[in-house]
Design a protein around this ligand. Structure first.
Ligand SMILES: [Mn+2]
Length: 363
């Protein structure tokens, strides 16, 4: 027995020594540098900082942008699930204003008291600028982290993980989990997959590269009911179908082929559709030959919102002239009244004209 005890003693000492040494190595600056080189990952340090922050805080509150889309809500609920799985002792919430009807199937958000922000970490997903944060409580939280994939104009976080070439924010989160070896539950995978599916036009947009599919495959491997996701995303009510027929018949064209439509409140009332369903009709104009830019103007109570879409030629520059921004080929903006529609169309028409003159082979 004495020999066994001695052996155990030696074993424990060895284990302690290994732990001690590895701690020393990990805390050295050289290790971080070598590790980054090893992973050939310029975002490694930022990702490590985010993990450290999640570990540091007891309460984490996730925010996303106003007027959410599938990526905003999928990324927020997915991240909530991931933190719950990997840090079961933390309090974690995902908050925002009410979800639009077509996204209610995705999942439930949390409603919390302002006092929860006391000493809390706030993580904002899929939101380019702080003025677009839904139910923004930046002033109440102790610290803010931004995780996003939009073009950077506003680094409002103390840590900002932004990958502009990624097709969805959920892919940025997936990559973070994968490279930091976090556990991804089936339910988290469903949220994140749904987010990438919606934000890439079902993997159709040009941002979709091998990395996107490899990351999406990690999610699919967790076991996702894609039939459930797609049937919820695609089914629409009869009124929307009728509105779509109306849109097809009422598209207008500028001189050089910018396709556009003004979705008035009167039309939405006539077809009994809500703002989201009406706004999504912009996609109906996405395949018209020669119309490389298409625009939907949507009448709101106090302004007219604009949805810009394009292929080959970027449209974000036009959007930025009308209080907007977004992605190269999908952007938003706004104008105050109907008269300004003409100005927007003229601007877009000029962009398309120049593009066509220089790229005759492209379409
Ligand atoms: Mn997004």
């Amino acid at each position: 027995m004495e020999i066994k005890e001695k052996l155990n003693d030696v074993k424990n000492k060895i284990v302690d020594a290994i732990n001690e040494t590895s701690k020393k190595i990990k805390s050295s600056e050289e290790y971080a540098e070598i590790n980054n080189k090893l992973h050939n990952d310029e975002f490694r340090t930022i990702k490590e900082q985010i993990i450290d922050k999640i570990e540091e805080y007891d309460t984490i509150i996730i925010h996303r942008h106003v007027r959410p889309d599938g990526d905003a809500i999928g990324s927020a609920l997915g991240l909530r699930e991931l933190i719950k799985t990997n840090w079961p002792d933390k309090k974690v919430y995902a908050v925002g204003e009410k979800l639009p009807e077509y996204l209610k199937f995705v999942g439930m958000q949390d409603e919390i008291d302002d006092k929860e922000y006391d000493g809390a970490l706030m993580i904002v997903v899929d939101t380019a600028t702080s003025d677009r944060i839904s139910l923004n409580k930046m002033d109440l939280a102790k610290e803010v982290i931004k995780i996003d994939h939009h073009i950077v104009t506003d680094n409002y976080g103390s840590i900002n993980l932004v990958r502009e070439n990624y097709g969805s924010c959920s892919l940025v989160i997936t990559e973070l989990c994968d490279s930091m070896k976090l556990k991804i539950s089936a339910s988290a995978a469903r949220y994140l997959y749904l987010a990438v599916v919606t934000d890439t036009g079902r993997f159709k947009y040009k941002e979709v590269d091998g990395t996107a599919l490899r990351l999406a495959s990690i999610l699919l491997d967790k076991g996702i009911d894609t039939e459930e996701i797609f049937s919820n995303l695609y089914s629409k009510d009869k009124e929307t179908y009728r509105l779509q027929a109306y849109v097809f018949q009422n598209i207008k064209y500028s001189e050089n082929g910018v396709a556009y439509m003004f979705m008035t409140k009167r039309i939405m009332k006539r077809f009994k559709v809500n703002l989201e369903d009406a706004s999504n009709c912009v996609n109906l104009m996405d395949s018209i030959k020669g119309s490389l830019i298409w625009i939907m103007f949507i009448e709101h109570d106090d302004e007219i919102r604009i949805r810009f879409r394009s292929r080959f030629v970027p449209c974000v520059g036009i959007a930025s002239k009308f209080y907007g921004g977004g992605h190269e080929n999908a952007a938003g903006g706004r104008i105050l009244n109907k008269k300004e529609i003409k100005k927007v169309i003229l601007e877009a028409d000029q962009v398309l004209k120049e593009y066509k003159a220089n790229n005759e082979d492209k379409f």
